[in-house]
Design a protein around this ligand. Structure first.
Ligand SMILES: NC(=O)c1ccc[n+]([C@@H]2O[C@H](COP(=O)([O-])OP(=O)(O)OC[C@H]3O[C@@H](n4cnc5c(N)ncnc54)[C@H](O)[C@@H]3O)[C@@H](O)[C@H]2O)c1
Length: 339
């Protein structure tokens, strides 16, 4: 961790009851440990279905939650499916102060619209109702995928999703907006994460960030494989620590809304490969392969003016700093079983 002794707000989460759906996943588990480390007297409850062996048509697992992301966690775990009301009822014994809703089909290449909509959208109504009943703050994960391939900079309010996943998050944003209007006393904030990377993403396998995927290619002694023209393909890569920061700051917004979470400083895939090789002390060159995707997004850049103004969000971690701090983790996981 880069800033593990750093808290991102004055809010004292000790003695608060905090739900983290998707808490066995990448972003959720990092939130779990942020609270456990900084607020040992908080009561953190993870709700996650964890992984089964079921796969989607694209061959990827249906859910990526992994117990290994939670080793060391001292709070409660409730294993359940957000699509199942009986499972959600297992949470009725708790009265939450904060809800961080991360659980979702996070794989942007699942095209079964029914299951994506059920999982990402229907459950949101149930969780908003629970937040209202409990008088809890609701912070939920939206996505930069709501923008589709719109040109940079991507700005809240101008979305054009181009896959079922992006559409599901776009619908969550509409639901949150209306819920906020109908319940003006509630705090409801959506966060449109751009390309997140960092520790505890390993178990997302092929859907993990290019930082860890290229890192492992290099550690195997292979040249990193990139699409042709990768020095011209830029993304807004955001470190997990800044994503945690955004979630914490979202608990005290100046106004409800859905806010971008990126650095506003896009970098190329080539930069990632180059920084990794520099940090790992190797020079294997780069293997370029043709890009099979028509309409591939070539540039993302979060407009973060609203998140800065209304959340006080201030991304701190540069790509160089984030990759450098991540190297020991990437090395330690290299060759370990992802299942
Ligand atoms: N990582 C990124 O770059 C990124 C970017 C934009 C948005 N997001 C969003 O942020 C959130 C967290 O993403 P992540 O990267 O940690 O992904 P992740 O897949 O690691 O985490 C999602 C978690 O939700 C759980 N889950 C999935 N379906 C479930 C269900 N039906 N019931 C209960 N639990 C279920 C999974 O087991 C997993 O632990 C997601 O909502 C994702 O869409 C992530």
């Amino acid at each position: 961790m880069l800033h593990n002794t750093m808290t991102y707000s004055d809010t004292n989460f000790n003695n608060k009851t905090i739900l983290i759906t998707g808490g066995a996943g990448f972003i959720g588990s990092n939130l779990v440990f942020y609270f456990q480390y900084n607020y040992p007297d908080s009561q953190v409850v993870v709700f996650d279905c964890f992984r089964s062996e079921a796969t989607f048509a694209n061959g990827n697992l249906q859910s990526f939650g992994h117990y290994k992301n939670l080793i060391g966690f001292k709070g409660d775990v409730v294993c359940g499916n957000i699509n199942n009301k009986a499972d959600l009822a297992l949470l009725s014994d708790y009265k939450f102060d904060y809800m961080f809703h991360q659980a979702a089909i996070s794989d942007t290449r699942v095209y079964d619209q029914e299951i994506v909509m059920q999982t990402n959208v229907n459950s949101f109504y149930d969780l908003l109702k629970k937040a209202k009943n409990d008088d809890a703050v609701m912070v939920y994960a939206s996505s930069a995928a709501t923008y589709g391939s719109l040109p940079s900079p991507q700005t809240e309010g101008k979305e054009n999703p181009e896959n079922p996943y992006g559409f599901s998050k776009y619908m969550m944003d509409q639901i949150a907006y209306r819920y906020s209007l109908d319940n003006p006393d509630m705090t409801i904030v959506g966060l449109k994460f751009f390309n997140v990377y960092g520790p505890r993403e390993y178990y997302k396998a092929k859907t993990s960030s290019m930082v860890i995927q290229l890192g492992h290619q290099i550690l195997s002694g292979n040249a990193p494989r990139l699409f042709e023209g990768s020095n011209q393909i830029l993304r807004d890569f955001i470190n997990i620590e800044d994503v945690v920061q955004a979630n914490i700051k979202a608990c005290n917004p100046k106004q409800n809304g859905t806010y971008n979470v990126g650095t506003s400083n896009p970098r190329s895939f080539q930069d990632i490969a180059d920084i990794l090789q520099q940090e790992l002390g190797v020079d294997l060159g780069t293997e370029y392969i043709p890009n099979p995707y028509a309409g591939y997004q070539k540039h993302t850049q979060a407009d973060i003016s609203a998140s800065q103004a209304n959340l006080g969000f201030d991304p701190l971690v540069s790509l160089e700093e984030g990759i450098k701090a991540y190297i020991p983790d990437i090395k330690q996981l290299h060759g370990t079983d992802v299942s």
